[in-house]
Design a binder for this molecule. Structure first.
Ligand code: PMP
Length: 403
């Protein structure tokens, strides 16, 4: 008999990493102390790994909206959107998001993952999906769900994308998938290049704006707004778990496509609708994003300062004003050791290894938020200086600025 559970043994390296004390995952946060700080194992750390880029998860107005919706409507939705879980609040959020994004229609989902998974409904065997090498796992899962053929181009490499489009069966459907701002590198997609190729090859274009909505573009509509190319995108997916500070997701696009997804996307039809608290929090967060552009301006300035400091220290960081700062390390174990050194220095970052990033390209991901204080940023800088020197990742140099 073949036991399907037999494979469920974690590799020896897992045990080894645990014994070394450098295992970075499933760290339980005991408390959140005000903005930008968490308590883990009784210790106060700077939270430098959160996607809550604008700090809205802790904003009083957003919290109050969630509490009020919970009082009025309860903690759950009671069913899927299709059957009995649809709330007027969901519809209000969909209308508000459609207006904000400038799209005809929006369908709200219970997570960003589920919004992307819904795209699998639009493709089938025979179709070719061409995606950036760095696109998120949920876009890959959507392609698997749809049974389409997946081809991946080197990150932002337009020559490679063109070759793959050229090789695709012209008699079948073609879809290009990209992220607006990439979650692991912080880089922005080459939308002008992608849009041009999509037109030339009659391919549909989907952009996952998980990390750029609320942050990029003059109005925070994302990478497409920043490029002035919103019309080039057929569908835009969004998650509420980053800049909007809550949980949930959405697909935005033409009415006809969204209506189809509402009835056929399995990740919508067969799962409970978004909770009232999350829907109300997302609505409140959208209002703040529209009314307080200074949040994203502050975030950009902080990110620019921190990435510049890390690069000057000797890390292979590309300075930019985007909140995701990727610190390349390469080797998985070295990445875990750096993560642990930073943790010991009081800074909680994210260690990313394959399959989160390509094999051999492990990195520490730092995310900066609009609510990090100057003192907290200084603590991140001194932690990287001390940890990097101890591990000989950066040259010895003048003492980093101390707190
Ligand atoms: N897309 C991207 C690019 C992401 O990084 C993530 C989550 N990290 C998702 C989608 C999924 O979003 P959620 O966590 O809201 O399910």
């Amino acid at each position: 008999m073949v036991d399907v559970f037999a494979k469920c043994r974690l590799p020896e390296t897992y045990q080894f990493v645990k014994e070394l004390g450098v295992y970075p995952y499933y760290q339980a946060i005991e408390e959140r102390l005000g903005e930008g700080e968490v308590v883990i194992d009784g210790r106060v750390l700077v939270q430098a790994g959160s996607n809550d880029y604008l700090g809205l998860s802790g904003d009083e107005r957003v919290r109050e909206a969630a509490i009020e919706a919970t009082r009025r409507l309860g903690t759950g939705s009671g069913g899927s959107r299709l059957s009995n879980g649809s709330l007027a609040l969901h519809e209000e959020l969909e209308a508000r998001l459609a207006a904000f994004l400038g799209r005809e229609a929006v369908m709200v989902t219970s997570a960003g993952y589920l919004a992307n998974l819904a795209l699998g409904t639009l493709i089938g065997p025979g179709d070719t999906v061409v995606g950036d090498r760095l696109v998120h796992a949920c876009l890959i899962d959507a392609v698997r769900l749809g049974g389409a053929r997946l081809r991946r181009y080197r990150h932002n490499d337009m020559g490679h994308l063109e070759r793959l489009l050229d090789a695709a069966d012209p008699g079948a459907g073609r879809l290009i998938i990209t992220e607006g701002m990439f979650s692991t590198s912080g880089s922005v997609c080459d939308l002008p290049g992608i849009a041009k190729l999509a037109r030339a090859y009659d391919a549909r274009l989907v952009m996952d704006s998980a990390h750029d909505v609320g942050l990029l573009g003059a109005n925070g509509r994302g990478a497409a707004e920043q490029h002035g190319l919103e019309g080039a995108i057929d569908l835009q997916t969004v998650t509420f778990s980053k800049a909007l500070g809550t949980i949930g997701g959405a697909v935005a696009g033409p009415e006809e496509i969204v209506a189809y997804l509402r009835h056929y996307a399995r990740s919508v039809v067969f799962t409970a609708a978004l909770s009232p608290a999350c829907a109300a929090a997302a609505l409140a967060a959208l209002e703040i994003i529209a009314a307080e552009p200074e949040r994203r301006h502050r975030l950009r300035a902080t990110a620019e300062g921190l990435s510049g400091e890390l690069a000057a220290m000797g890390y292979a960081v590309v300075p930019s004003d985007r909140p995701v700062i990727a610190v390349p390390v390469g080797d998985d174990l070295l990445c875990f050791r750096l993560w642990r050194e930073l943790f010991d220095e009081g800074v909680f970052t994210t260690a990313m290894i394959s399959p989160g990033v390509p094999p051999g390209q492990a990195l520490i991901r730092v995310s900066i938020t609009a609510v990090h204080t100057g003192t907290q940023v200084d603590r991140i800088i001194s932690a990287f200086a001390a940890a990097g020197r101890r591990l000989r990742l950066i040259p010895d140099g003048p003492e980093a600025r101390t707190v």
